[in-house]
Structures are given as C-alpha cells and as structure tokens.
Design a protein. Structure first.
Length: 320
C-alpha cells in the first residue's frame, strides 16, 4: 500500500490536483476582474489615464502591478479584456509581464525567502549569499523585471496589433465594433452584473482549459524526473542559468512562492535571479494561456527572446 502511495502515478495525481487547486482561485479572481472590466469600464479609460507619450506610457505600465497586484495565473484574462477595451497592446503586454513580479506580495515573499535561507548552507556559501542578501536579491529581481518588460513593450510599439493578437481579440483592440451591452450608460445595474457574470464564466472556462493542459505537463515532469539532474546545474554558471530558466518554465510555480524554491536551490545567485524573473513571465501553463490571446508565432518569439535576454542580464548583473 505504501509503495503504491509513493508511485510516480500517485505523485502525478497529487501534483496535478494540488497545482490545479492552487491556481484555480487566482484564475477565478482574474476572470471576475475581467468580467467587471467588461461590464463597467468605459472603452479607452485606462488609455486616457496613461501618459500620451507612448514610450512613457509603456514605462508606467511596467509599474501598474504595484497598484493592481495580479499573479501570473490571473493576469491573462485581465489583459485580454483590457486590450478589447482599448488599452494599447504594448502597455497591456508590459503590464502582463511585470505585474506578477512588481507587486507588494512578491516583494515581501522574496525578502522573506532569502532572509530565512542563510542558515541552510555551508560557511563559504553563506558568505556569498550574505554579500547578495535579501535586499539585493529582491531589488535585483524587480529591476531586471522592469528593464525586460519595458524593453518588450517598446519593441511591441513598433509592431502591428494584427501580427500579435488573435483575430477574436482584434476588434476592440483596433477600436472596432463594441459588444452589444458593453457598459453603455443606458444599461441598468442588473444588466451590467449579468454581463459581468457571463463574461466571467466564458473567460474562466477558456482560461481554465489552457491552464489545465499546462498543469498536466508540469505534473508529469515533477513526478517522473529524478533529483539526479540537479548535479547538472553546477557544471558551470552559464549552464546553471539556462537550466534554472528551463526548470522555472516547466515547474510553473506561482510568483508569490517561487522565491522559497530558488533561495534554497544549490546554484549560483545569477541562476536564482534568472529563475525568479523568467518563471513568472513564461512557463508551461502561461504558454497555453497566452495562446488564447496572442498568435502562436508571437508567443514562441517572446519565450525565446525572454530566455536569452534574462539569461544574459542575470549573468552580468551580479558582476556590476
């Protein structure tokens, strides 16, 4: 009985259910926000709040997570609805990538994780970690995330929305025809609430489908891959950075808790930074969720570009 409980298949079932149940409330939260945005937010309102200068608007979007903190599980349906409400694609993508990292909850959890991990290493390792303590690691995570996400937003400024967004997202992104009862002044409170709930249900079902596929792949990896692979992470610093980003991609951890994994992983600090920045922006479950909003070609280019840029920045960041 005990052997059966500890079998890889049992681990898979346990991991699948635990990750699914952990992420589902955040998806529900995100789709609820999405529904109320659809019902109550006038088209173009957020765009009017942002600076008229587009590069400056992108930079401000990179800090929106500090005011509207959303984890990566919930942010995709929110930005999907914001784009349809008229938010520029460059600002939406910047917010989408930065919000899971640049928010108060993640700041506190990262500080806590690197504060409590110091006693779990040898003297030599502790000296290195102490030199790059919780304040340094937390601020580095935020700064690298801000630089990368704003950079992505500035690049997207040069692209046409049609080359990035799926066709069903385009009408409102391009200022097309509004939905029938999209927050019009004549709609009653009851009609708006019904619209919000309908949108929530629709977005939740679609987002949950992609999320479940990603969780299944993650659970397979975590249940069937052995711990011996950890030895590969310390062959060189560059190898460690690359493998830690791949690990972050596959494990699909929540940004509010991934710092506790990174802080206690026996790799170089640069590899930990790469793990902490890349994971909340791009992982297995997010790829499937991104595909509900963006064209597959854009998602692939984004994933590879983030992998290279974050890896290089993390490698040289410690040496500054």
């Amino acid at each position: 009985m005990e052997a059966e409980t500890l079998s890889p298949f049992s681990d898979f079932c346990y991991l699948f259910l635990s990750i699914l149940l952990e992420g589902a409330p955040f998806i529900l939260l995100g789709t609820l926000i999405s529904g109320f945005i659809d019902a109550y937010l006038p088209p173009g309102l957020i765009d009017r709040w942002l600076p008229k200068n587009r590069p400056l608007a992108v930079m401000c979007s990179g800090l929106l997570g500090a005011v509207f903190p959303v984890c990566e599980c919930a942010v995709v349906p929110v930005i999907r609805r914001l784009i349809r409400k008229g938010l520029p694609v460059s600002c939406a993508i910047t917010y989408m990538l930065s919000a899971p990292i640049i928010n108060p909850i993640v700041i506190v959890s990262t500080m806590k994780a690197f504060s409590t991990s110091l006693g779990q290493f040898s003297l030599r390792q502790t000296e290195v970690i102490d030199a790059y303590g919780p304040v340094f690691m937390t601020s580095s995570r935020l700064l690298i995330a801000f630089i990368v996400t704003v950079g992505v937003g500035l690049v997207v400024l040069k692209c046409r929305p049609k080359s990035i967004l799926r066709p069903q997202i385009l009408p409102k992104a391009d200022g097309g025809e509004a939905e029938k009862d999209d927050g019009t002044p004549n709609a009653t409170k009851q009609e708006r609430l019904v619209l919000a709930m309908r949108t929530t249900m629709k977005d939740f079902l679609e987002t949950a489908m992609y999320f479940s596929i990603g969780v299944g792949i993650t659970a397979v990896f975590r249940a069937y891959v052995t711990q011996d692979l950890i030895l590969l992470f310390n062959q060189s610093e560059a190898t460690g950075i690359g493998l830690m980003m791949i690990l972050a991609f596959v494990l699909s951890l929540c940004s509010t808790s991934d710092a506790f994994i990174a802080a206690n992983f026996p790799v170089a600090q640069s590899a930990k930074l790469a793990f902490l920045v890349y994971g909340p922006m791009m992982d297995v479950k997010l790829v499937f969720m991104y595909l509900s909003v963006f064209r597959s070609k854009f998602v692939v280019i984004l994933a590879l570009s983030l992998l290279v840029v974050i890896g290089v920045l993390s490698y040289f960041w410690i040496r500054l």
